[in-house]
Write a protein that binds this ligand. Structure first.
Ligand code: DP6
Length: 316
């Protein structure tokens, strides 16, 4: 086997992780729950090389996050230099969780090329050393990452075909974001006077969301996921200096989704550490939601995702 390729989906948190457990860089402070974004794909290929090289979206780059991650991997496993080629078919580093799909794909490539044969929890652990949310991209469907167990436990709660939800991503800006999630959440933990309130509320949001997903209760899921998203953005804004990830186009997209809700369309929104706004709806509302967002001034384009099936790995 000379090359291994892994295709993974980014994931979208319905209950957010924002803040690490004190003293750890790989354990979230609170449980999170995400869906795999099927139709958006990171494809990563690796092979042995004379030195480490990284090609991202067609450009040779120096990527400190990947280099640091490789160092951590090599502290555990004997891995020779590798050439990495990775491509996203969606905008990189703009709140669409490309680091999650990137590190999960890379983890699977390394496991495959060097026959590590790691079990699922160990794979999640390794992915988490690059980016905590990457552990959630090791599965398709509805995924939970819950630090309240002994080891941070990442599991698939429901398979992709449990509930046919659609996501319309309103792309509101395609530039690289200014403050990374890692940096942003560290600032929040250190400076926000509301961080302890966030910690005390998230466990319940997570439990409520888990139940709403199990029962396929769209109204309940809408309520909890929006609340949790707005709480996270309020928390970001309360950091010092404040973290404002939205721009005027994001607000226009939020307004358009609010109008749809007022008209009785079952849709809700969420957004991460970037300007993109994601509308979640049932398949029957997809055309209407997409048409409205496409027609919203400031929305550059829309991307539709469904619930993803999970990673695929193959070798040549
Ligand atoms: C807002 O997993 O990207 O998307 O662990 O520092 O790499 P690091 O952060 P990352 O943070 C994701 C934050 C979020 C919410 C979420 O996906 O849960």
């Amino acid at each position: 086997m000379t090359t291994v390729t892994a295709c993974t989906n980014p994931n979208l948190a319905l209950i957010k992780y924002w803040g690490k457990k004190s003293g750890y860089c790989d354990i979230p402070a609170t449980p999170s729950l995400s869906i795999a974004l099927g139709g958006l794909t990171t494809t990563t290929t690796i092979h042995e090389a004379v030195e480490d090289t990284i090609e991202l979206d067609g450009r040779m780059v120096t990527d400190v996050k990947i280099e640091n991650w490789l160092q951590k991997v090599r502290a555990e496993y004997s891995i020779p230099p590798i050439a990495i080629r990775s491509e996203n078919d969606f905008p990189t580093a703009s709140g669409l969780a490309s680091s999650a799909s990137g590190f999960s794909a890379l983890t699977l490539c390394i496991d495959g090329l060097f026959s590590l044969r790691l079990d699922q929890q160990k794979l999640c652990w390794l992915a988490r050393q690059g980016s905590v949310s990457a552990a959630r991209s090791m599965y398709g469907g509805f995924v939970s990452l819950d630090p309240r167990t002994m080891e941070t436990d990442c599991v698939q709660l429901q398979n992709f075909d449990h509930w046919d939800l659609r996501v319309v991503v309103a792309v509101c800006d395609t530039h690289t974001k200014v403050t990374s999630s890692t940096e942003g959440m560290a600032r929040t933990v250190e400076t926000s006077p509301f961080y302890s309130s966030w910690l005390s509320k998230t466990d319940q949001d997570y439990e409520d969301c888990k139940l709403a997903v199990a029962q396929k209760n769209f109204a309940r899921l809408s309520e909890i996921a929006e609340l949790n998203c707005f709480r996270m953005h309020a928390l970001m804004l309360s950091s010092q200096p404040p973290l404002l990830y939205w721009n005027q186009n994001s607000l226009a997209a939020i307004g358009a989704i609010r109008d749809l809700q007022t008209d009785g369309v079952p849709v809700f929104l969420t957004s991460d550490a970037g300007p993109q706004i994601k509308a979640i709806c049932m398949p029957e509302s997809l055309a209407q939601v997409r048409t409205v967002l496409d027609g919203t001034v400031g929305v550059k384009r829309t991307i539709v995702a469904e619930i993803g099936r999970g990673p695929v790995v193959y070798s040549d």
